[in-house]
Design a binder for this molecule. Structure first.
Ligand code: NAP
Length: 314
């Protein structure tokens, strides 16, 4: 744990004002980590919403204006939009500034953004492993990163001072910080996040296409596991399209393994091989126990959900 004097940055500019950026703004405010928070997003609607919510001290109408004089610039836009933004802001960055991003894929962002930044600007890629299925400026909250991992994937454009300062910011927002090689990050995330999302999208799509399962049955009985798939499959389409387009190799590698395992289980079911199914599910149950032991989830039944009564729809 590093602790630098607060505020850690005199001026932080957030490019993109959605779930992650607005949560960062709330968390920085709550912990006194930034002297001034400046924001910019693509559409006038989002800029107006952010202005109204007041989580930035200033919201600018252009990215160039927003980054002027900033010590830290956070690219919090979908991965596919990072290069366009970096190209637009590069000429306007102050000497000594640090650029970071929060993209869910690291190698593609580093390849797209790194070459666009001039000398005298540090680039420290980052990825907070925290989120919800909600997006946009109204969805952020100060505790999103509390006790969550934030992975930093430094490159030759990351000075030790810039990396240390960014680490201190994430720790100040409540995150646990770890440095990781970018290629390794993309493979790990393909296993723990990207492929599971693709499977959830697929399963919800399958239910949608099964004509014998009427919509009302899918919704009525969704407590039995399917509901968790629908929550994941409600995640932002633009963000996830970009994740799969940019983390192609790692996702395809993991999907290949997944398909092999699925065929093995399919065969065990067809052959009535209960021993194989039991042994497999015993192994996976151990993984779940490991996740709970590591403090990444709770063992409270039904994933710790609080069940408020749901009013039936008229
Ligand atoms: P989000 O809520 O959908 O917000 C995205 C923001 O980016 C919006 O404010 C949008 O502005 C802005 N934007 C899009 N294209 C832009 C452009 N060309 N120029 C300027 N602004 C632009 O997304 P998010 O969930 O915060 O995700 C942001 C990044 O964090 C993504 O790279 C994602 O991979 C990463 N991430 C997400 C999660 C998660 O669970 N959500 C977790 C970790 C990391 P408009 O509204 O004006 O279009």
């Amino acid at each position: 744990m590093t602790s630098l004097p607060k505020p850690i940055y005199a001026r932080v500019t957030l490019i993109g004002l959605g779930l992650i950026a607005s949560s960062m703004a709330h968390a920085m405010r709550a912990n006194g980590l930034a002297g001034e928070i400046v924001g910019y997003a693509k559409t006038p609607t989002t800029r107006a919403t952010a202005q109204k919510l007041g989580f930035c001290d200033r919201v600018c109408d252009t990215a160039a204006e927003a980054v002027a004089g900033a010590d830290l610039i956070v690219l919090a836009v979908p991965v596919g939009a990072m290069a366009e933004i970096a190209a637009g802001i590069a000429p306007h960055l102050a000497q000594g500034a640090t650029v970071t991003d929060v993209g869910s894929v690291k190698q593609a962002v580093i390849a797209a953004v790194g070459p666009l930044l001039g000398p005298g600007v540090a680039f420290v890629p980052a990825h907070p492993l925290a989120g919800t299925e909600h997006s946009g400026p109204t969805s952020g909250f100060a505790t999103l990163f509390q006790n969550r991992w934030c992975l930093l994937t430094p490159t030759e454009q990351s000075t030790p001072e810039a990396t240390l300062r960014l680490r201190s910011l994430w720790e100040g927002m409540g995150a646990k910080v770890q440095e990781m090689d970018p290629a390794h990050h993309d493979l790990v995330l393909a296993v723990v996040s990207h492929t599971p999302h693709l499977i959830a999208y697929t399963m919800v799509g399958v239910a949608d296409h099964l004509e014998q399962v009427s919509n009302s049955e899918v919704i009525q009985y969704s407590a039995s596991g399917f509901r968790d798939f629908t929550r994941i499959a409600a995640s932002d389409p633009t963000m996830w399209r970009d994740v799969f387009l940019t983390n192609k190799d790692a996702t395809l590698e993991v999907l290949g393994r997944f398909t092999e395992e699925l065929f093995a289980l399919q065969r065990a079911i067809r052959m009535g091989d209960g021993d194989q199914l039991h042994a497999y599910f015993t192994r996976t149950r151990e993984i779940r126990r490991g996740i709970i032991d590591a403090g990444q989830d709770t063992s409270v039944p039904d994933f710790g959900r609080v069940h408020a009564p749901v009013a039936p729809k008229a």
